[in-house]
Design a protein around this ligand. Structure first.
Ligand code: GLN
Length: 534
């Protein structure tokens, strides 16, 4: 195939129908036929990126290899396709507007009135088409965030309308809707879907395929009805039934013929076989565990599971790899105190302390780490979790009273975690952390090297503070070892306690790079350690 084909995925009726998972599943199916596919997310909010957002707003902030702070759906794209995404895969209204306004100031539109159509829509179209130059993609799947009818997403839908017109049969629109089941009537209802498609039609976009989220199977009558009212063929009404794991969705979409329908509609002549062997192997391991463990995830955003999406998915991958069902107990760090510490943590086979920012819940995290260290419970500290492990060790083992990170206490006598040198003159909060992939050298005899089985690794970062090298000797002599450093800058990347069965703190975020095809070695090793100490 020499032309890039464009697939737009819009959503209607309600949010949270799983557009990201449908997009990722379609990408997986096309990839399994040997096509080169990428997925992009357009987010209607005015933030330039989600880096400055509280996780309660849209869930975790995902970080790409090239250091973009992005929507968590990019995590799904990478986990499903095992392909890295970049800054170009996530576009926000904030980014579009700031580009257009900067161009206006530079004089690029001299003489013109700058308007939503064509200037904003042109910039959106540029961002969509930018990807085809990147890597000869056969398919670019573009997911439009939000729900059709939102004021914020209007320019995106308009850009889709224009592109569909310009690209002809090289583009198609998949609209994801809900077919609710009314228990009192004992019926599935198609009206919300009809209304949602009407709304899209008012904006000039006729969807080609409807993916209908439902809790009950759609019979032929329902499919005919939806097809009739929405101007699509009956074969283009695809059922997306609730399922116990998101990793079933590619297979469910294959059964429903989503990929064949897409290829047929785009006139792509194709008799390639779909190879999902590895995916099916993963699913079979996931569904047939021989062991079970419970890991405590200590963090401060525990009410919303999306806040720790990548960590939770990493445990799904690592669990399958170990043939072990991993239950996650979400534990609010704010609620942990000396009194309830034992009862809260006692039946856990492993403890993870999550990444985060700011002072809220910090003492609870430190207490949980003390418990894991003293009781020899396998421990993984991620970013702030690693920093807390350093603070805990300083205070309780090395006798540095009130040791802290200068993020929480700028006047601490023992600033064992301190502002990174290059951060000292930065005033802007957005996009200015140490972001993206950096290399790390692992040391002989470490748990990390055991896990990765290679000395040089690359991992993604998102932080402003770091281990303070002034205390390096105190820690090394006192039993906490540095087992990974950034070779160029001598920054501490990993700390371990060799006398503990499995105690590892990492300054980077391993969770961002765990995929179905490549479960992350640290998570795999941690789950294995938890199983062994059980
Ligand atoms: N707040 C810490 C820092 O900026 C940790 C960040 C994180 O956990 N991602 O260094």
């Amino acid at each position: 195939m020499n032309n890039t084909h464009y697939i737009f995925v819009t959503g209607g009726v309600t949010s949270s129908l799983g557009k990201g998972i449908i997009s990722a599943s379609l990408a997986k199916l096309l990839q399994a036929r040997g096509y080169n596919v990428t997925i992009q997310k357009l987010d209607p909010y005015i933030n330039v990126d989600p880096g400055t957002l509280n996780p309660y707003e849209h869930g975790e902030c995902y970080v790409t290899v090239d250091g973009a702070e992005t929507d968590l759906d990019l995590g799904h794209y990478e986990r499903f396709t095992n392909q890295p995404t970049t800054q170009a895969n996530n576009v926000t209204t904030g980014r579009i507007y700031s580009t257009v306004i900067n161009k206006e100031r530079k004089g690029d539109y001299l003489g013109e009135t700058v308007q939503i159509i064509p200037h904003i829509t042109d910039e959106i179209k540029n961002r969509i088409r930018l990807l085809e130059n990147q890597s000869n993609f056969d398919f670019v799947i573009t997911e439009i965030g939000g729900t059709v009818g939102d004021i914020e997403s209007l320019p995106y839908i308009e850009a889709v309308r224009q592109l569909k017109w310009e690209l002809g049969n090289q583009a198609l629109v998949i609209h994801l809707t809900l077919i609710p089941y009314l228990a009192a009537a004992g019926e599935l209802k198609t009206k919300p879907t009809q209304h949602s498609v009407k709304q899209l039609l008012q904006l000039g976009v006729q969807p080609d395929i409807l993916v209908c989220r439902t809790e009950k199977h759609l019979n032929l009558n329902i499919r005919h009805k939806v097809a009739l009212f929405c101007n699509v063929e009956t074969t283009s009404v695809i059922e997306s039934i609730d399922t116990e794991t998101i990793y079933n969705v590619p297979l469910l979409m294959q059964e429903e013929g989503l990929d064949t329908e897409v290829l047929r509609k785009l006139n792509v002549k194709d008799n390639r076989k779909t190879n999902l062997t590895n995916w099916e192997k993963f699913l079979s391991r996931l569904k047939n565990p021989t062991h079970e463990i419970t890991i405590g995830l200590v963090g401060k955003y525990v009410e919303l599971k999306d806040s720790y999406k990548s960590i939770l998915e990493s445990f799904v991958h690592a669990g399958a790899e170990n043939l072990c069902k991993v239950n996650i107990k979400m534990i609010s760090s704010e609620k942990i105190d000396e009194e309830n510490l034992e009862t809260t943590l006692k039946n856990l086979h492993g403890i993870v302390v999550a990444p985060g920012f700011g002072n809220r819940g910090i003492e609870g995290k430190i207490l949980a780490i003390k418990y894991a260290r003293e009781n020899k419970v396998p421990f993984l500290g991620i970013c702030l979790g690693m920093q807390c492990a350093v603070i805990e060790y300083a205070r309780n083992v090395l006798g540095m009273e009130n040791a802290h990170s200068t993020e929480m206490n700028p006047r601490t006598k023992f600033p064992v975690i301190d502002f990174m040198e290059e951060q000292k003159n930065i005033n802007n909060m957005g996009g200015t952390m140490r972001l993206g992939a950096y290399s790390c050298q692992l040391f002989e005899g470490s748990k990390a090297l055991d896990a990765y089985k290679k000395e040089k690794i690359e991992e993604r970062h998102r932080h402003r503070y770091e281990f303070n090298n002034q205390y390096l000797e105190s820690f090394t002599n006192g039993g906490m070892k540095i087992t990974g450093i950034n070779p160029k800058r001598d920054l501490v990347e990993i700390v371990e306690i060799p006398s503990h069965p499995w105690f590892v703190g990492v300054q980077f975020h391993p969770e961002y790079s765990s995929t179905v095809a490549n479960p992350h070695p640290l998570f795999v090793s941690f789950v294995n350690a938890a199983l062994n100490t059980k």
